[in-house]
Design a protein around this ligand. Structure first.
Ligand code: HEC
Length: 257
């Protein structure tokens, strides 16, 4: 038993490492694991050193290696293997990686309280889709405007936002972030139309500071479309993706249920 003190210590150390790494859920941060393993190492060495005979047995295999009494293969393994392992570890830590650096992005930043549209100041909070408001009681007219919006969509938006409004147009993969998928519940269906109007009108360049990095390829549509055209396109992206804009009325209704 004594002869194996060092091996038992190593096995114990590995068992603690495996237990902490795979047995603890959720996984602990690497820095915490490091603290536990340092303490375990100290505890094991202290235990081995507490008894003179035990400590000699613990050191014996190491002595054999360093004094050249151990088999050649073992010597090679320890003297070359350990430095190589340490070197490999250091390489893994410092090697440059090809992955793009992680940049968190706020997808739906707080809109500004006002923004410029064709030279006028627009108040975001009170903004409503005028087409929807004017034709609320006239579904046929709304349908006609939506159909016009569809044409606008296919002339301007579909290259990026896709045939089925799923954010997978021809150019979609050329961009990072990729174009919004209007069928996803996390996009327009959780937004008010005023927010959508602001985003469409001012595009990627209109994103506020919170949405850095400003890598969005979304164009500034007020440079190319009229106010009416943008509202029609918005009618269509909701109708075409089978979603409805978020409204505060609806929310109070939900709350009552
Ligand atoms: C050149 C490609 C491109 C074109 C063309 C384009 N978009 Fe975008 N759009 C994007 C990208 C990329 C994003 C995602 C990044 C962002 O939010 O700005 C986006 C985001 C959006 C969003 C925000 C959705 C959300 O959940 O915040 C809306 C709304 C939108 N686009 C509407 C339109 C409309 C309407 C048109 C046509 C008038 C259009 N887009 C044309 C690239 C494009």
């Amino acid at each position: 038993m004594r002869r194996h003190t060092l091996y038992i210590a190593i096995m114990l150390w590995l068992a603690i490492l495996a237990g902490l790494k795979f047995g603890v859920r959720p996984p602990m941060p690497a820095s915490v694991l490091m603290i536990y393993m340092t303490l375990s190492t100290i505890a094991i060495i202290l235990f081995a050193a507490a008894d003179e005979a035990r400590f000699q047995a613990f050191l014996a295999p190491l002595r054999a290696v360093f004094e050249g009494r151990a088999p050649k293969a073992v010597q090679l393994l320890v003297l070359a293997g350990i430095p190589l392992l340490a070197g490999w570890g250091a390489w893994l830590r410092t090697a440059p990686s090809w992955d793009a650096p992680f940049e968190p992005r706020v997808v739906h930043p707080e809109p500004p309280s006002t923004f410029n549209f064709h030279g006028k100041r627009i108040d975001t909070a009170s903004l409503k889709n005028p087409l929807r408001a004017a034709h609320e009681k006239d579904p046929a007219q709304l349908e006609k405007l939506t159909a016009e919006g569809k044409t606008i969509y296919y002339q301007n938006c579909f290259f990026c936002h896709g045939d089925a409004l799923a954010g997978d147009g021809h150019f979609a993969n050329a961009f990072s972030p990729i174009p919004a998928n209007f069928r996803d519940v996390g996009t327009i269906s959780m937004l008010q139309e005023s927010f959508v109007f602001w985003r469409v009108s001012t595009g990627g360049p209109g994103l506020p500071r919170a949405a850095t990095p400003w890598l969005s390829a979304m164009p500034v549509w007020q440079n190319f479309l009229t106010e009416d055209e943008i509202w029609k396109a918005i009618l269509y992206i909701y109708a075409g993706s089978g979603s409805t804009p978020r409204t505060w009325d609806e929310e109070t209704k939900h709350e009552k249920h």
